[in-house]
Design a protein around this ligand. Structure first.
Ligand SMILES: [Cu+2]
Length: 492
């Protein structure tokens, strides 16, 4: 509603759309960007309540959660339906219906609060389960790790896309793997760290391995964060959730999964957006910049002071073929589309941030004495991150002197791994692992900055790696022994 209203207003000014603009260089005089036009933003002097309504798959329960000011004020975990027909009716309700139900049951919930506790994230040693059910923001896996792992610290850059520090080390010293696929962000300033390309509503579990004791993957120094995404199940399962939070945050997400014993598929979609967060004094981004004496040139232009902090859409699709009793093929695709992500602590904002991750895994089990499991894995990920001064005073009148830094990161990898069982308590794993990462960055300038067009910030850099690894593992009564080695040949 707001967009159409404002589009009319702004079209006459000939402003640019971030996403459209990236594909063309003759950019002055383009249609309005998504998010640049807004209804007047209400100013909240107190944190808004946070509401989460979830109809989980495989459970006959509608869960409503309500938090205020960081504390639970009201909590319901109610067995909603006991037969499948009723459940189906619940799933078909319009999104608003659970909210109405929520307000009805909330009163009951207050009384029940002491008696019924919401299950927290399950942290077993270095493994966190049930991330999808507990985290609110899709793009804040970093915050989930920070809250649940004593050894993880958080670097907050924006409303989303935060970064982690593990054992005091950061950036590429931490290996981030999604279903075995490596992913890197594209921004050298860590506006889009790898964890920001992972969606919490699709995460089944996260395992954090401290130290360089991971021989199967290239580049693990301070630790590895291994993310396992949700898998489709046979039958038919649906799940939708609506989350509402402070600063007009809302997220709608839906997942549908099903199939037969031979072929199973899962599709998941989400949309979320939020206004700018405020500090404890109720200051939004511009007010925080003023309070911190940020240079007037770096501040947001008056017409963009009320931009949303971000908008984000996600998709995940996964198919599993059980070809025979002992052969399985898994294919997955994940897409993130973020628009106009504001970084008040930087001089630029992300016009958009897009990532696409493809994985293919083939496994053959019980091949005989020499192989209890042979796994072939292929992955490919691509991240695009154009950042710009468009919304800042430094871009000049009508943003005619805008500076854009286009950044792109791609990685392709392939691994073959064989597992050989020696006896019931011990096994040997060995294999080959290879990958190529490409990182490229180019500036584009307009008006007085036209001279930087074509200048490279990162000159099409390839990092090629070939590694071989072997690991022996044995379970004793009270402890587990792992001995392993890895040899890497890397060129940049
Ligand atoms: Cu950036």
């Amino acid at each position: 509603m707001c967009v159409s209203r404002c589009s009319t207003e702004v079209t006459g000014k000939g402003q640019a759309s971030g996403r459209n603009r990236a594909s063309t260089s003759s950019s002055i005089g383009l249609p309005p960007r998504r998010g640049q036009c807004h209804m007047p933003r209400p100013v909240w002097h107190f944190p808004q309540p946070l509401l989460s309504v979830t109809a989980p798959e495989n459970r006959n329960t509608l869960i409503c959660r309500y938090f205020q000011n960081g504390h639970k004020n009201c909590l319901i975990c109610r067995d909603f339906n006991s037969n499948s027909n009723q459940r189906e009716q619940t799933m078909k309700r319009k999104p608003l219906a659970p909210l109405v139900l929520f307000s009805t049951f909330c009163t009951l919930g207050v009384a029940a609060e002491e008696a019924e506790e919401m299950a927290p994230l399950v942290v077993e040693g270095s493994r966190i389960a049930d991330v999808s059910g507990t985290q609110v923001k899709s793009a804040d896996l970093a915050e989930a790790l920070f809250k649940n792992m004593a050894n993880v610290s958080l670097v907050r850059r924006s409303g989303i896309a935060n970064d982690i520090i593990l054992r005091g080390q950061k950036k590429d010293n931490i290996n981030i793997l999604v279903d075995g696929a490596k992913i890197y962000g594209a921004c050298p300033n860590r506006m889009d760290p790898p964890t920001s390309h992972i969606l919490t509503n699709n995460v089944e579990a996260v395992e954090v391995t401290e130290g360089p004791y991971d021989v199967e993957n290239f580049g693990t120094l301070s630790g590895a964060v291994k993310i396992t995404t949700r898998e489709p199940e046979a039958g038919m399962h649906g799940n939708f959730s609506i989350n509402v939070g402070s600063w007009n945050y809302w997220k709608a997400a839906a997942t549908l999964s099903g199939g037969s014993d031979r072929i199973k598929a899962l599709v998941s979609l989400s949309h979320e957006e939020s206004d700018q967060y405020e500090d404890g004094d109720g200051n939004d981004f511009v007010e925080q910049m003023k309070a911190n004496n940020v240079s007037p040139m770096t501040r947001y232009k008056a017409e963009y002071e009320d931009l949303k902090a971000y908008e984000k859409e996600t998709f995940m699709g996964k198919v599993i073929f059980d070809i025979t009793e002992n052969q399985q093929l898994k294919l997955s695709y994940t897409a993130n589309r973020s628009d106009d992500v504001l970084y008040p602590s930087s001089k630029m904002d992300a016009l958009y941030d897009d990532s696409d991750i493809w994985t293919a895994d083939y496994i053959i089990r019980d091949l005989g004495r020499w192989s209890s499991a042979l796994e072939l894995s292929f992955y490919n990920s691509k991240v695009e991150h154009p950042m710009s001064t468009y919304y800042r005073n430094s871009s000049g009148p009508n943003s005619a002197n805008e500076k854009i830094s286009y950044l792109e990161s791609r990685i392709q990898g392939f691994r073959v791994k064989n597992t050989m069982e020696i006896d019931a308590a011990s096994e040997v794993r060995y294999g080959i692992d290879t990958s190529r990462r490409n990182w490229d960055g180019t500036y584009e300038g307009f008006g007085t900055n036209a001279g930087i067009t074509g200048v490279k910030s990162i000159d099409d850099v390839d990092t090629d790696n070939l590694g071989v690894f072997v690991e022996y593992e044995r379970d004793f009564d009270n402890f587990n022994l792992r001995l392993g080695g890895r040899y890497d040949d890397t060129s940049i």
